[in-house]
Design a protein around this ligand. Structure first.
Ligand code: ADP
Ligand code: MG
Length: 238
């Protein structure tokens, strides 16, 4: 059985169809990258999985449970956005631990969880700083820390690296990949960057105009594209 099943999902904004019956199933531990041109519906799909937007039709199953009617807080899912949205007045530790505090996790357990995540992301030495005292890459790590500390069943990333410069983007890409391998967690990651998709994914879903073009391993999508669009978009040799 698949761990995350996006089943015949439709989304209309007013009368405009934006997702037109998307079907994607992945296994636990998969790193699914949603890739496609700007405006093809990637963020819309991710927002629906997170519960930030409603489906027009279809359903979402996570570990066999239908989640599309659950409020975001009842879904065991954490999302990392492109804009880091850290609380400027709180320290790094405060930012990472905020969600646990909201859920009334006791101080000691909170402290331990924050330190564990900080070690994982190599930001132990930044815990007492404010976001304004951090570089872009460090802020991105804190944003990831905030998601990781909850130990959710599923992580969602929406173009998390697109605000970073090229060098940092490559470094962070490597770190996210290592993190996935270490934690064996399930990730859905949105990007419009083909190289990022090829290096991170265990499964790539290529989208265009609200429709899935192909779902496969990076090698399948690259070596055996299902149509000319996929071949062109993924830069497959002809
Ligand atoms: P992507 O993330 O792939 O760039 P989006 O999912 O953000 O694409 O958007 C897909 C399409 O839906 C775009 O044409 C966008 O303009 C439209 N769209 C997104 N959000 C809304 C909204 N809240 N209201 C109306 N149209 C929207
Ligand atoms: Mg988007």
């Amino acid at each position: 059985m698949s761990f995350l099943h996006i089943h015949n999902v439709h989304k209309r904004f007013g009368s405009t169809p934006v997702l037109k019956g998307v079907d994607i199933a992945i296994a636990q531990g998969d790193f699914l990258v949603l890739v496609g041109p700007s405006g093809c519906g990637k963020s819309t799909l991710l927002n629906m999985i997170a519960g930030l937007d409603t489906l027009s039709d279809g359903e979402l199953l996570l570990d066999g449970v239908r989640i599309n009617d659950l409020p975001p807080a009842k879904r065991d899912i954490a999302m990392v956005f492109q804009s880091y949205a850290l609380y400027p007045s709180m320290t790094v530790a405060g930012n990472i631990g905020f969600g646990l505090e909201m859920r009334k996790v006791p101080r000691k357990a909170r402290r331990e969880a924050i330190e564990r995540v900080a070690r994982l992301l190599q930001i132990e030495n930044l815990l007492s700083r404010k976001p304004s005292q951090l570089s872009g890459g460090q802020r991105q790590r804190v944003a990831m820390g905030r998601a990781l500390v909850r130990e959710p069943q599923l992580f969602l990333f929406d173009e998390p690296l697109s605000n970073l410069d090229a060098k940092l983007r490559v470094d962070m890409r490597t770190e996210i990949k290592q993190l996935h391998q270490r934690l064996r967690t399930t990730i859905v990651y949105v990007t419009h960057d083909q190289i990022e998709a090829m290096t991170l994914a265990t499964r790539i879903a290529v989208m265009r105009g609200g429709e899935l073009q192909q779902l496969g391993t990076p090698q399948q999508v690259y070596d055996d594209p299902s149509n000319l669009f996929v071949a062109g978009f993924m830069g497959s040799p002809s």
